[in-house]
Structures are given as C-alpha cells and as structure tokens.
Design a protein around this ligand. Structure first.
Ligand SMILES: [Zn+2]
Length: 131
C-alpha cells in the first residue's frame, strides 16, 4: 500500500525514530509510540526512544518484487529483539546471505524505502544493519 505524502507526514515520527511505549499500569512495553497500551488498554503510558541496538532472532529471504529492482533481491526480513526487550520486524541490510545468522547484533539505521517515481517523494524508514 502506497501512502500519500500527507499520510506519510502524519506517521513520520514513528517512521524515522524507534519509540517504545511503556505502560504505567501493567508495566509491559510495546514498539512504536501508542496512545494506549496494546495489552491492557490503559492510557497511562509514556514513551522512550530505543537505543536502536538489538539481536537478530530470526530472518527470512524475500524474493517478492514490488517496488524494488531485481538488483536488490532477495531482501532479508528479520525479527529483532531490541535491548529494551521488545521485538520489531524490519529489513536487514548491509549483509549477504552467507553472513546472516541468528543471534547477530544489529543496529537501527535510516534507509530509503521507496520512491513514487524518479522525480517523486522518497520515503525513508528504519532498517537494521549488523553492528
Ligand atoms: Zn498495559
């Protein structure tokens, strides 16, 4: 799904930085800035910015071609457990298939996601690379 520039502008805060919602009622943490706790529904939440450091727990190769050229396939999508204890799914970049392994340390980086066309809006977001 392609977002309009206006939609992307509204979600940009969670798109460019990794925030964690910490619940003041149940104490659980969740990825992204959320107005309420996704576990107990409490609005007694506060937000902290993640260090961006974590461990790759699992990954898969993706061969589906949507908005990318064939040169950047396959892509690697992984589940990263951040040092703050929450998991996030993201693309793993800067590593070859033979180097990728579960348990490797990764860090969040801002990278290009896609662009509308050669002269259109360029979308950036968080991906992960090996430390
Ligand atoms: Zn809660």
């Amino acid at each position: 799904m392609r977002l309009s520039p206006q939609q992307f502008w509204r979600i940009r805060e969670n798109q460019y930085r990794l925030f964690i919602t910490v619940c003041g009622s149940c104490g659980r943490k969740a990825i992204l800035k959320r107005p309420v706790c996704p576990y107990c529904g409490s609005d007694r939440v506060h937000h902290v910015e993640s260090s961006g450091l974590g461990v790759l727990e699992s990954f898969t190769k993706v061969y589906y071609r949507r908005n990318s050229s064939e040169d950047d396939l396959p892509k690697f999508i992984g589940v990263v457990r951040l040092t703050e204890g929450v998991r996030v799914v993201g693309e793993i970049v800067g590593v070859g298939a033979d180097e990728l392994r579960e348990g490797m340390e990764v860090e969040a980086v801002l990278r290009r996601y896609a662009s509308d066309d050669p002269y259109g809006v360029i979308y950036y977001g968080i991906k992960f690379k090996p430390v």
